[in-house]
Design a protein around this ligand. Structure first.
Ligand code: F6P
Length: 324
């Protein structure tokens, strides 16, 4: 057992839920208890923290959740916590509940919250969980693989009907300001066009012309993947139909992408990240972000992690799009 300066650890999930968050909670709680810590769940993210919505978690409380989507701790986006006042209040609440450290599972915004708490002297650990995969310091965020596979399954079905009707299908996928889901599912389904916020495009050259070139080499249906941050999918569909004369339909995949049972990749990443977070605390390392870099699960300093930038490999996208 480790030297126990930190005795009680709180765990919360924040921002958009992501498949695999439950697997991370399970790993944290069980690894934490194994190390001799008392584990607590903070329900409804930072909002719940400010309301003192805190419950003890034992090993059996996290049974039967490794395969479940969503988060048993529930999640929220808290406006109050964005301000310094809210963050100070969160610190007070942690004192009242005698929580010595906080593990935050979430995306960019959630990490900003954790970083703010660390600056107020609260030991924190961040675990990246967002289907968008847009946390800069890590190659991988929990939930990304499941969301991509869910989207891909839906797109394959849309392809069947698009092909039967010889239509163009414009499909909007999630990702906020990032194109990771769009780029990957677009490549995986062999889309004619992939539009992501990171790459400027012209409708004439990068959309209409590609579709018409496809038609001229004998294609009968077309798939256009639009990241939600890259434009208005119904509007793009309307313009495609007007310009090309090809019947075009839009599908916005929406929240279906956030649900469902996590894939093997997400269950393993979540479990390993949860264990790594407890390892850090047990070894006296706090204010760390757990990341996947070069296929390895590592921990990095939160300040350094927050300053990192990552770019999308847009070149891969260009290569892929000429495959018809
Ligand atoms: O961050 C995950 C995500 O699903 C984004 O892809 C999307 O833009 C956003 O959350 C939707 O958020 P909300 O649940 O608040 O509608």
């Amino acid at each position: 057992m480790s030297e126990l300066k930190i005795k009680k650890i709180g765990v919360l999930t924040s921002g958009g839920d992501a498949p695999g968050m439950n697997a991370a909670i399970r790993a944290l709680v069980r690894a934490g208890i194994r190390e001799g810590y008392e584990m607590y769940g903070v329900r409804r993210g930072y909002k719940g923290l400010l309301e003192g919505d805190i419950i003890p978690l034992g090993t059996r409380d996290v049974s039967e959740i490794i395969h479940r989507g969503g988060t048993i701790l529930m999640t929220a986006r808290s406006k109050e916590f964005v301000d310094k006042e809210g963050q100070e209040k969160a610190k007070e609440i942690m004192k009242v509940y005698e929580l010595d450290a906080l593990v935050v599972i979430g995306g960019d915004g959630s990490f900003r919250g954790a970083y703010a708490l660390s600056k107020l002297g609260i030991p924190v650990i961040g675990i990246p969980g967002t289907i968008d995969n847009d946390v800069s310091c890590t190659d991988y965020c929990i939930g990304f693989d499941t969301a991509m596979n869910t989207a891909l399954e839906a797109i394959d079905k849309i392809r069947d009907t698009a092909s039967s009707h010889e239509r163009c299908s414009v499909i909007e996928v999630m990702g906020r300001e990032a194109g990771y889901i769009a780029m990957n599912v677009g490549m995986a389904c062999g889309a004619e066009v992939i539009l992501i916020p990171e790459v400027k495009y012209s409708l004439e050259k990068d959309v209409y012309r590609i579709i018409l070139e496809g038609r001229n080499v004998g294609k009968h249906h077309y798939i256009v993947i639009v990241a939600e941050g890259a434009g208005d999918a119904p509007e793009i569909a309307k313009k495609i139909e007007e310009f090309t004369g090809i019947e075009t339909r839009t599908t916005v995949l929406g929240y279906v992408q956030r649900g469902g049972s996590p894939t093997v990749k997400d269950r393993i990443a979540a479990s390993m990240m949860g264990i790594k977070a407890i390892d850090c605390i047990a070894n006296g390392k706090t204010n760390r972000l757990i990341v996947e870099q070069g296929g390895e699960i590592k921990d990095i300093d939160i300040k350094k992690g927050m300053a990192m930038k990552k770019t999308i490999a847009a070149e891969t996208l260009k290569e892929n799009l000429r495959l018809f």
